[in-house]
Design a protein. Structure first.
Length: 217
């Protein structure tokens, strides 16, 4: 399905019945990473699995900015007339969830985020180096965004009032102290560091993330 928001065509899949649940993927991915999870989640929710701008089957763009994506999701919620949806976001999707909950505090009912950062320095140093090399070689604007954004302050996190679950893998690309900073800066938050998991091992084509969402909604 296609939703026209902010002069961009966003592709999404809608499955199931129940409370609205939005799923947002990470950088360079598409909604298809959630295929296995949706098989479970659609029994309890109306699931909206969205391809972010410039990803998957959504319209291509030249420049990538998290704030543009936030406005896309805000307009999607208005366009689809969703009432206080739950938002799950992985990596870039988690960044978008944090920004949306901070900027529009009454729009969502709760957020669950995995492997998100509030500043590029939240990435482990080895990954910053690898992303810099990747950008030098490929000039991928999606990688450029990760090296320059986001810039979310603790004050912005303090504005989030809805229930929030902050997740990360024990072997995540995000520094654990950074993940803990995010959780500690949100009043109504719960932190889970998942043993044995890396950045996306429990999310990408995995049923585990569905069970985590069910346990936290």
């Amino acid at each position: 399905m296609i939703s026209n928001v902010n002069n961009i065509k966003l592709y999404y899949e809608k499955r199931g019945e129940g409370r609205p649940l939005i799923l947002l993927h990470g950088n360079g991915e598409s909604h298809k990473i959630f295929d296995e999870a949706i098989e479970i989640l659609e029994k309890n929710f109306t699931v909206y699995a969205i391809d972010l701008r410039g990803h998957g089957a959504s319209e291509d763009i030249e420049e990538y900015h998290y704030l543009d994506m936030v406005e896309d999701i805000k307009e999607f919620i208005y366009t689809e007339k969703l009432v206080e949806p739950i938002l799950y976001g992985f990596s870039d999707g988690g960044i978008i969830a944090l920004l949306l909950a901070s900027m529009y505090p009454r729009m969502l009912s709760r957020i669950i985020i995995s492997g998100a950062n509030i500043h590029p320095t939240g990435l482990k140093n080895i990954w910053i180096i690898l992303f810099k090399i990747t950008y030098l070689l490929k000039k991928d604007p999606k990688v450029k965004m990760m090296l320059e954004e986001p810039n979310i302050s603790k004050e912005m996190l303090n504005r989030i009032e809805i229930p929030t679950v902050v997740l990360a893998g024990e072997r995540d690309v995000i520094k654990e102290k950074h993940t803990r900073l995010i959780a500690n800066s949100i009043k109504n938050s719960k932190l889970q560091i998942l043993k044995g998991e890396d950045h996306g091992s429990y999310i990408i084509h995995s049923e585990k993330v569905a069970e985590i969402i069910l346990m936290n909604t």
